[in-house]
Ligand binder design. Structure first.
Ligand SMILES: Nc1ncnc2c1ncn2[C@@H]1O[C@H](COP(=O)(O)OP(=O)(O)O)[C@@H](O)[C@H]1O
Ligand SMILES: [Mg+2]
Length: 281
């Protein structure tokens, strides 16, 4: 068997999304071209970072590739299989893609214990028995750096960083082909950001996970990305390896984006925190 036969985990072809808004009696409808004919492929085990300013189309792209929202035009292929737009998305296809949002609290049921939050995807999508579901949920809880005693606690009893760990754990319960992370650390303190980014890297190394990582923060992107795609008003204006894009940005927009970013990468944040911790109290 040759490797050439293994398709990319994700491929998008001319992916496009228009929103039609307004359109009342005296107002003409307005079309927003949120994502304009985007193309890329993503290989297993890699992280593609999508970066750009607020409103450039990142979340719209995320919703399309996680099959939450349907494209206006273009195609999505997951593990080499085209997502059939006309006959609806199958449950099997839906299980292959998971998303983690900036604020996981909104998607956590306040009355559901964390053990049940994690076991629920197994309950809904597999015929696993109760004991096996609980075992798998506990194992994942530990994998994301939480403790056994967290199993029976409720969402409000956790910090923002811990809730993001829970959201990541839940997203991984069904072994998705890829994970989309839409600004997953943007609401967290810097030290917690670094912890979550490290967790994502560790999980990726251990399980060969594939990420689409969306961020407006270049220091985060520099830390996590293998490839970087820069969006600007719905267009991809730059796409290349992290090194190529950071060392030698081609597009004028990328150059101004980079020039406007303070040079605070995660390593320097860590050094600052370590220096602070070393000070006498
Ligand atoms: N449901 C919607 N209806 C109308 N316009 C939308 C909708 N969602 C997003 N948009 C518009 O599409 C563009 C891209 O938005 P979005 O994908 O949320 O950007 P980002 O995540 O990069 O901030 C923006 O102009 C936004 O106002
Ligand atoms: Mg967004």
């Amino acid at each position: 068997m040759s490797n050439a036969a293994i398709p990319p985990v994700l491929e998008v072809r001319n992916l496009t999304r228009d929103y039609v808004t307004g359109g009342g009696l005296f107002r003409p409808a307005k079309v927003v071209h949120a994502v304009k004919s985007v193309n890329f492929t993503l290989t297993k085990g890699k992280t593609l970072a999508v970066v750009g300013e607020s409103g450039c189309g990142k979340s719209t792209l995320a919703r399309m590739i996680t099959l939450i929202d349907q494209q206006t035009a273009g195609d999505i292929l997951i593990d080499g299989e085209i997502v059939d737009k006309t006959h609806g998305v199958t449950k099997a296809m839906r299980q292959k893609v998971q998303i983690v949002f900036q604020n996981p609290y909104g998607s956590l049921n306040p009355r559901q214990k964390i053990g049940d939050v994690l076991a629920e995807p197994l309950l809904l999508n597999t015929d696993m028995g109760n004991d096996e579901r609980r075992q798998k949920a506990m194992a994942m809880l530990l994998k994301v750096g939480l403790a056994p005693e967290h199993f029976n606690r409720y969402p409000h009893m956790f910090s923002g960083g811990q809730r993001q760990r829970i959201a990541i754990a839940r997203a991984l319960m069904l072994n998705p082909s890829f994970l989309v992370l839409d600004e997953p650390v943007s609401a967290l303190d810097l030290s917690v950001q670094a912890q979550i980014l490290n967790l994502l890297k560790d999980l990726q190394d251990e399980f060969g996970l594939t990420y689409v990582f969306i961020s407006h923060d270049l220091s985060v992107v520099r830390y996590i990305a293998d490839e970087v795609m820069v969006m600007y008003f719905g267009d991809v204006v730059e796409h290349g390896s992290r090194q190529a894009v950071f060392d030698n940005p081609q597009h004028a927009y990328t150059q101004t984006l980079f020039a406007a970013t303070p040079k605070a990468d995660v390593a320097s944040i860590r050094r600052r925190l370590a220096a602070k911790a070393a000070l006498p109290a």
